[in-house]
Design a protein around this ligand. Structure first.
Ligand code: AMP
Length: 190
């Protein structure tokens, strides 16, 4: 199985690159942000609970997203592999993911971390906010909070995967195709 963590701050291009990778390597895309937005759209109690946190740019509780990932893994027993996009975001989540995958007889193959400067992230997210209407992409204060959450709680995960010799950093500036080629080069070496 090829199990990738596509990593990076909000606006780094994880969703865009995931969409290319799932086609090329026939993987299942698991984006906790997309799953949560689906819950909000469906008006579930989980969605209701998550919405106010997401609108502020705060992380939702670990147990909520870990439960969501666990049930998606159970539903995709025959997958070639998974792309984890926006998950894990805390050490607690990364540890839980290792355990869940181990129970299924598999493991994370690699973490690919996209590197993009804060100025570029803010520019991209504000543009995306205009196109998508996403509440958390609409103003700079919320975006700053999301970047802050990333720096404080999520970026330390690079150390977690680097300690397992699984971290590859990829320059996230350039055309979509250029970045995809850089990612493919990393995957070819796994
Ligand atoms: P994203 O689409 O990945 O940028 O996620 C949008 C929002 O959903 C985040 O700002 C968080 O509020 C929430 N979220 C998504 N994934 C996670 C996660 N793994 N842990 C905690 N909160 C998450």
């Amino acid at each position: 199985m090829l199990n990738l963590v596509l990593f990076g701050p909000p606006g780094a291009g994880k969703g865009t690159q995931s969409n290319l990778l799932i086609k090329k390597y026939k993987l299942v895309h698991l984006s906790t942000g997309d799953i949560l937005r689906g819950e909000i759209a469906a008006g579930t109690s989980l969605g209701l609970e998550a919405k106010s946190l997401m609108d502020r740019g705060d992380l939702v509780p670990d147990e909520v997203v870990i439960g969501m990932i666990s049930s998606k893994l159970d539903k995709n027993v025959n997958a070639n592999g998974f792309i984890f996009d926006g998950f894990p975001r805390t050490t607690e989540q990364a540890k839980a993911l290792d355990i869940l995958l181990k129970e299924k007889g598999t493991y994370i193959s690699s973490m690919i971390s996209l590197k993009v400067s804060d100025n570029e992230l803010i520019k991209r997210l504000l543009e995306r906010g205009i196109e998508s209407g996403r509440e958390d992409d609409k103003n700079e204060e919320i975006i700053a909070n999301r970047i802050n959450e990333y720096n404080n709680k999520t970026a330390p995960l690079k150390q977690f995967y680097s300690a397992q010799n699984k971290l590859s950093e990829v320059e996230g500036i350039g055309s979509i195709t250029e970045i995809a080629e850089r990612i493919n080069t990393v995957i070819e070496t796994i």
